[in-house]
Design a protein around this ligand. Structure first.
Ligand code: PMP
Ligand code: GLN
Length: 400
């Protein structure tokens, strides 16, 4: 069988022009490399322990009780929509109508795709903070939009947004800003002042905002504030969450969109032709998860804080430059102190050199050179796994 990039008979490439630049995702490539080499996989961000037993049991029970085994409603089961609305009120003070302002999606990935496919006309410009999560570029392309990256710059051990650059990136063709806070891969958490400034620009230029907040419960320094809570933003923001991140069930692929009724209705129009509905029994389990006591979310955060500190310190000891993240479960490192400059080559060689897999940040950039010497490690792993990875990485310094 021909591979995706091979020319079709008749010489026309199989993969269409919109997607030609997007081959296999870096996560699939690097996870396969980890399996092939038996390396510790700190590349793709998925926990190596499942979420709470009681939530897993809730999924089993739903399956056994025949809840959600046939097509659930297109917007999601009412139990989950109500739980999402209650969660947004409990943690963020946002009051939502579960019937008109919540949409259940197949992971945040589908939420992003549906939002962009629904809201972007061909030729519209979409501003995204670079480095950006890889599906953003592909989804903007599928929607026929033009991505306009605004680069977060590393300075003083953290990545920063330059608000002047953001302002300058806005044109009369800009349709929306695709925001991500806490930010993958840099770990930056946008501050209240930054969010207020972005919100003011969105209002001034009448832009929509799609805000990917899947790491909302993984904030160690500062606070997570949904941009939808700022003046004038409620009616122009699509907020996205995910059970994969907040409850450590990435394989269930349950996500959600919250927004004003007109926006939810638009996103639903696209979603219904992508998946029609999302897997039923898991929705009941995630409804139970969203109702877990606040102590669950505190523990999740504190456990990840410990992991962040463990991995950040270990990477610094091993000779990496470390951007200690304020949020998410990723740490971005600079490999130049190790005498390296090409993150891609470094990540390809790392399994051989140290038995560890990481992700080259360059793949998250349009301006690849900006990301070249940076490499991302995930710390959503058991402490002993992180310790072993750190031990293995100690050998890198002086090994060249
Ligand atoms: N957005 C960001 C920023 C992510 O890191 C991820 C990856 N986990 C997703 C969206 C996708 O989430 P899901 O697995 O729920 O589709
Ligand atoms: N979001 C996860 C990451 O950034 C993995 C997502 C994926 O495999 N598509 O690593």
């Amino acid at each position: 069988m021909a591979t995706m990039d091979a020319p079709a008979p008749g010489a026309r490439p199989l993969l269409n022009r919109r997607l030609a630049e997007f081959g296999t995702t870096i996560f699939a490539e690097m996870s396969a490399l980890a399996v092939r080499t038996g390396s510790i996989n700190l590349g793709q961000g998925f926990p190596d322990t499942d979420g709470p037993d009681e939530i897993r049991e809730a999924a089993v029970k739903a399956l056994r009780d025949g809840r959600g085994n046939q097509y659930p409603p297109g917007s999601g089961v009412p139990e989950l929509r109500t739980a999402v609305a209650d969660h947004q009120e409990r943690f963020h003070g946002l009051r939502l109508d579960p019937d008109t302002e919540v949409l259940v999606t197949t992971g945040a990935t589908e939420a992003i795709a549906a939002a962009l496919l629904a809201l972007v006309e061909p030729g519209d410009e979409v501003i995204a903070l670079e480095p950006y999560y890889d599906s953003y570029a592909a989804c903007v392309a599928m929607a026929g939009g033009r991505r306009v990256p605004v680069t977060l710059r590393p300075r003083d051990g953290a990545y920063h947004l330059d608000l002047d650059e953001l302002r300058d990136a806005i044109t009369d063709r800009t349709r929306l800003i695709l925001l991500n806070t806490p930010h993958n891969p840099t770990g930056t958490v946008l501050t209240r002042a930054e969010l207020a400034a972005i919100a003011a620009l969105a209002v001034e230029h009448d832009l929509l905002v799609v805000s990917d907040e899947v790491y909302e419960h993984l904030v160690f320094d500062g606070e997570h504030i949904p941009i939808a809570t700022f003046p004038g933003m409620r009616e122009r923001t699509v907020t996205i969450g995910s059970a994969g991140k907040s409850f450590s069930f990435t394989g269930w692929k349950v996500g959600w969109v919250t927004a004003a009724p007109e926006l939810v209705s638009a996103v639903r129009s696209a979603k219904q032709y992508l998946t029609y509905v999302s897997a039923g029994p898991f929705q009941y389990a995630v409804a139970a998860a969203l109702r877990l006591p606040t102590a669950y979310f505190d523990t999740l955060r504190e456990e990840h804080r410990t992991k962040r500190d463990l991995l950040s310190a270990g990477l610094a000891d091993a000779g990496f430059g470390v951007y200690r993240p304020a949020g998410t479960y990723f740490v971005t490192t600079d490999i130049r102190p190790l005498g390296e400059t090409d993150g891609h080559a470094f990540c390809r060689a790392l399994p051989e050199r140290a038995g560890v897999v990481a992700i080259p940040n360059a793949v998250f950039y349009d301006h690849r050179e900006q990301g070249a010497p940076f490499v991302r490690f995930a710390f959503c792993k058991r402490d002993e796994v992180l310790r072993e990875a750190v031990t293995r990485l100690q050998g890198l310094r002086g090994a060249r």
